[in-house]
Design a protein around this ligand. Structure first.
Ligand code: SAH
Length: 405
């Protein structure tokens, strides 16, 4: 798609087009705004609001630098600290045509995938829109007011392109409050939707889009489940922060001698147990706080341990504490590994970089006095693409570590 498409369709000349179509806001002087270096957000305090009445919340708005040069078009919400989120580098409206183009591009990036994140917010130039596919079901989140206002258009486009059996609006994320929106979860049809069994990676999962955590399954680790399971044959496996047991059940299927999965969520553990039964896989799942469990089980021995905790560093100030938490977990895990054992360890905090996480592992190995080698570095899957200049989108990192005998 080129700019000309729009100019042509609408019959405006290139110069008059943006003035006719989009209201423009300007940055305030003296602020080193990240948007000037390519970041897709502008904060409320970075924008000059003395130049007339502010736009309506949810509107598409052009943003310019101090010299009036276009920084792109974004969704405006004056109620949020992140007041402007870019969806295009050009000053064009986020109307039905552009929404469809952007959604089509996002779908193309995941072509052929039946269980995947189809749209991922800023990374797909659709700030605040998340669409997950579970075979014939879709789960949709609108996390910005601008996307919420465009929801009827978005649903029409998704229905036309994907023909899903049902779409669940999973709008219970806490971040919606920051945009001035209420929480709700419901089906688009208004009918109830029972949990259903679906195959993902050779295992049947109980997918509960109305009730499950996040959007039903942790899509960003599905590829890792199968990958780590390659090391599982003949090993005693500990799957910590297991949620529905994605790693553990893949390992059981691959021939692990035993599998123990731990998660603090009772609902997740019940789902993991149900999946083990359904797939006739021998695996044990327990409700436990992983930190406490490690303290109470210092004598156990495993050959493969998975550490996949939730994000510890949600704010800038919490990074130090997060690193301490990560180090403690990795240390505890290393101590329970038999010689030749493998640790699959992940961090999904975008503020903790890959290098920082490797330093955590180094510190843990030093304290545990174990010889560790990095077999592999892993990252987020292709359906969670990284938008360059948007570090928030580069969040998942992992290491496969072998402990020398
Ligand atoms: N490994 C999973 C995803 C894990 S998400 C997969 O591959 O699908 C993080 C999980 O950690 C969530 O299920 C959450 O319930 C759990 N959790 C958070 N804090 C915990 C704690 N202190 N102890 C145990 N589980 C915890």
């Amino acid at each position: 798609m080129v700019a000309g498409d729009y100019h042509g369709t609408l019959g405006y000349s290139k110069t008059s087009f943006c003035k006719l179509m989009l209201r423009a806001l300007r940055l305030r002087p003296g602020r080193p705004a990240r948007v000037l270096r390519g970041h897709p957000w502008a904060f409320l305090g970075e924008i000059d609001l003395t130049l007339g009445t502010p736009p309506a919340d949810g509107d598409h708005v052009e943003l310019t630098d101090l010299k009036g040069r276009c920084l792109g078009a974004g969704l405006w919400n004056g109620r949020s600290q992140i007041a402007w989120r870019r969806y295009s580098r050009r000053p064009i409206p986020l109307d039905a045509t552009l929404l469809e183009d952007l959604i089509k591009s996002a779908l193309k990036r995941r072509e052929g995938k039946l269980v995947a994140r189809l749209v991922w917010s800023e990374a797909d130039s659709l700030p605040g829109l998340v669409v997950d596919r579970f075979h014939d079901l879709l789960s949709v989140q609108t996390l910005t007011l601008g996307m919420e206002q465009r929801l009827p258009l978005i649903l029409e486009i998704l229905q036309r392109h994907l023909r899903p059996r049902e779409i669940v609006l999973k709008n219970d994320a806490a971040t919606r409050k920051l945009e001035g929106m209420d929480a709700y979860v419901r089906t688009v049809s208004g009918k109830p939707l029972e949990p259903s069994w679906m195959e993902v990676g050779g295992v049947q999962w109980r997918v509960d889009l109305l009730g499950g955590q996040k959007t039903g399954l942790y899509l960003d680790q599905i590829e890792q489940h199968a990958h780590v399971a390659q090391w599982a044959k003949g090993r005693r496996v500990l799957d910590t922060f297991c949620n529905q047991g994605g790693f553990g059940l893949a390992c059981a299927r691959a021939g692990a001698t035993s599998v123990l999965g731990l998660d603090s969520s009772e609902e997740a553990i019940q789902a993991a147990q149900a999946a083990a039964t359904r797939n006739q896989l021998a695996a044990r799942f327990e409700v436990a706080n992983v930190f406490d469990w490690f303290t109470e089980h210092r004598e156990e021995v495993f050959d493969l341990i998975i550490l996949d905790p939730p994000p510890f560093a949600r704010s800038k100030d919490s990074v130090e504490g997060a690193l301490r938490g990560y180090k403690e977990l990795n240390l505890r895990a290393l101590r329970l590994l038999a010689p030749g054992g493998i640790l699959a360890t992940y961090s999904c905090s975008h503020r903790v970089t890959e290098e920082m996480y490797l330093e955590v592992i180094e510190a843990a190995a030093a304290d545990a006095r174990r010889e560790a080698i990095v077999l592999e570095r892993t990252s987020q899957p292709a359906d969670h693409p990284v938008l360059v200049n948007f570090p928030e989108s580069r969040y998942l990192k992992g290491f496969l570590i072998e402990i020398r005998a």
